[in-house]
Write a protein of this length. Structure first.
Lengths: 234, 395
């Protein structure tokens, strides 16, 4: 009891004293994660779409992402020092390799799960391949795709704490220095913001997912139309 | 029949006229789907293509909007060779209704109807007006239905929207691929009547594929009976019924008309194409998601090559196998089947009374021919009752 309250006191004192540093590191953490996530999306969503059209490549590409996934994260970070040297580039690259699988896999599965008769009907109505992708396949695959993005986001934010092990920044710095000096309040000062960011990001994505679900969208459209109808009659 | 259209009289052609000239379609595996088809469909005519499964009727339809490309021959729509047009623009100018209905699940009713007008870049106001007009035409209150999603509609309503979607951009030619095949007998009849009344108002050129003789005779101006890629006979419903040209046509009408059907008759009349098929090597999880999408309780597993029947997989087995990551082959059972050569109506009815799943029909070589469903038997019975009534009244 005494120890717990003293940890709490120590934690509050630490935060009160070093909050600018914690904020700065949180911001850095966010930046690293955001860049890694953006990179993942920019590469893996198109790649996932591409392999739905080149079915033969799919097992290799997904297999490769799978391999990255299974390499222990610390080992991967250490290995990448050989290529990128020390610093955030290295960390971002490693995070990207980690987050590839869920995004790639879910894009691929999501698009493949679009019933083929819908694609055929869309084609029969005169959509181009790109319109089919944009108006039929991606919207129908969106829940699955977003689920993958959510997993990737949480992973990235969690794993980004390891970046400081190889000279990068982020909240990992606090955690590692806390571990080194056996000061739990510093570990907490790093771990709690990281957890909060991860949860918040996840919830934001979940909200987006719900907001744009067909049902809610249809409801909003109906409401808007109702309003317009009232306006017109006035 | 082979009336060749020369360039001089092209201008006389109505826009909605569809002409097939020596159309032939051979698939890569050298299976001939359509053989030297010559057919002229006049503007405003509703022509049914009918025949047993695999007779080339659906392929013929898909050649018109170039979902399939013909191997040789020509198709002219309004005097234009379709091969000279951009396939995307061609398709936007042709209405298309499919058996699976295929409403986009993420779009509201209004958006679904507005798909083709949007592809044509109509202004928003105009699309909205058109959608409301169409909904009203088929008796669906726009304010109530506009923003519904497809899964909030009944089967009959869905296909009604499917038909409206094909009409939306006011095409002259509409292709319908067994549009009412998946509906229950009552909705089917309602929609047939609606189609007839729409057709009376709008006079579109409609090519209608069906395997239901009653449907063809009821709605068409002209019936084209096809068999292994060729036209066996064509004519008005009355002509076909009064003068069947060949033994095949006689059987096809006779069996389907079934005034003298008995429980000991062959099941061949009842055999229809299944809703969906799976290949043995498909992973069970893929098949599972397809079955769940389509709300299927069971699926036929058929080998791609030679169309050999590999069994029938039930939803629960597919579910179980998908958890272990196996292929659908492992889920297939072979105990429920009928051989075309020996099965009678009575056998089929008894099996269906026992369990409601579709019954696969194969021949002695193991080739998959189709399924028999409860709906099929119900349709047959209703058709028979109807004829009894009308037959009695005319006497």
């Amino acid at each position: 009891m005494i120890q717990q309250s003293s940890l709490l006191v120590l934690f509050i004192k630490y935060v009160a004293r070093y909050y600018p540093r914690i904020l700065r590191l949180t911001f850095q953490h966010l930046t690293i994660s955001a860049i890694a996530l953006a990179l993942t999306l920019v590469v893996c969503v198109p790649l996932g779409i591409y392999i739905t059209r080149k079915e033969k490549l799919a097992p290799y590409v997904i297999g490769l992402a799978n391999v990255f996934q299974t390499i222990p994260s610390l080992a991967l970070l250490g290995f990448l020092i050989l290529i990128f040297g020390i610093g955030n580039d290295n960390a971002i690259c490693a995070l990207f390799m980690y987050a590839m699988l869920p995004v790639l896999q879910n894009t691929y599965t999501g698009i493949r799960s679009v019933p083929s008769h819908l694609v055929q009907a869309a084609k029969g109505m005169g959509m181009t391949d790109f319109q089919i992708l944009l108006k039929v396949q991606l919207p129908i695959a969106r829940p699955v795709l977003l689920a993958g993005v959510r997993v990737a986001t949480v992973w990235i934010i969690g794993t980004a704490t390891l970046a400081s092990a190889i000279g990068g920044g982020g909240l990992g710095k606090l955690i590692f220095s806390g571990l080194a000096s056996i000061r739990y309040e510093i570990i907490l000062a790093g771990a709690i913001p990281a957890t909060i960011i991860a949860l918040l990001a996840d919830q934001c994505l979940k909200f987006l997912q719900d907001y744009y679900s067909p049902r809610n969208r249809a409801k909003r459209m109906a409401k808007k139309a109702e309003k317009l109808g009232v306006d017109l009659s006035e | 029949m082979t009336q060749i259209v020369s360039p001089e009289n092209e201008s006389d052609l109505d826009k909605g006229m569809v002409i097939f000239q020596d159309v032939r379609k051979v698939y890569d595996d050298s299976i001939v789907a359509v053989e030297n088809l010559n057919l002229i469909i006049n503007k405003g005519e509703l022509v049914s293509l009918i025949g047993p499964s695999g007779c080339g009727k659906t392929t013929t339809l898909k050649i018109v909007n170039r979902l399939e490309e013909c191997t040789s021959g020509k198709i002219l729509i309004g005097g234009m060779d379709i091969m000279s047009l951009d396939p995307v623009r061609l398709r936007r100018g042709i209405g298309y209704v499919v058996q699976e209905i295929a409403l986009m699940p993420h779009m509201s009713v209004a958006e679904n109807i507005g798909i083709v007008p949007r592809l044509h870049n109509w202004p928003r106001k105009k699309i909205m007006k058109r959608v409301d007009e169409l909904l009203e035409m088929s008796g669906l209150e726009p304010a109530k239905y506009r923003y519904r999603l497809p899964d909030q509609l009944s089967g009959g309503q869905k296909q009604r929207i499917g038909v409206l979607r094909a009409l939306a951009a006011e095409p002259e030619v509409i292709l319908m691929d067994e549009p009412f095949g998946a509906l229950d007998p009552i909705s089917r009849e309602v929609l047939q009547n609606e189609l007839l009344s729409i057709q009376q108002k709008l006079h579109k050129t409609i090519i209608f594929v069906t395997h239901d003789m009653d449907e063809a005779l009821k709605i068409s101006d002209r019936v084209v009976i096809m068999r292994s890629g060729k036209i066996e006979q064509m004519g008005s419903p009355a002509e076909i019924q009064e003068n069947p040209a060949t033994e095949f046509v006689r059987n096809f009408i006779g069996e389907d008309r079934l005034s003298q059907i008995s429980p000991e008759d062959s099941v061949s009349v009842l055999v229809e194409d299944p809703w969906g098929k799976a290949y043995p090597d498909q992973s069970a999880s893929d098949v599972l998601s397809m079955m769940e999408d389509e709300d299927m309780e069971s699926i036929q597993v058929v080998e791609k090559r030679a169309n050999r029947w590999a069994g029938m997989a039930y939803l629960r087995d597919v579910k179980r196998i998908s958890r272990t990551g196996g292929s659908v082959r492992d889920a297939a059972r072979r105990d429920r089947k009928l051989y075309l050569e020996e099965a009678t109506m009575r056998d089929a009815a008894e099996m269906l009374a026992d369990k409601a799943y579709p019954i696969p029909v194969i021949d002695e070589q193991g080739e998959f021919l189709g399924v028999i469903t409860e709906a099929g038997i119900a349709r047959l019975t209703i058709g028979r009752l109807k004829r009894r009534v009308t037959g009695g009244a005319s006497q």
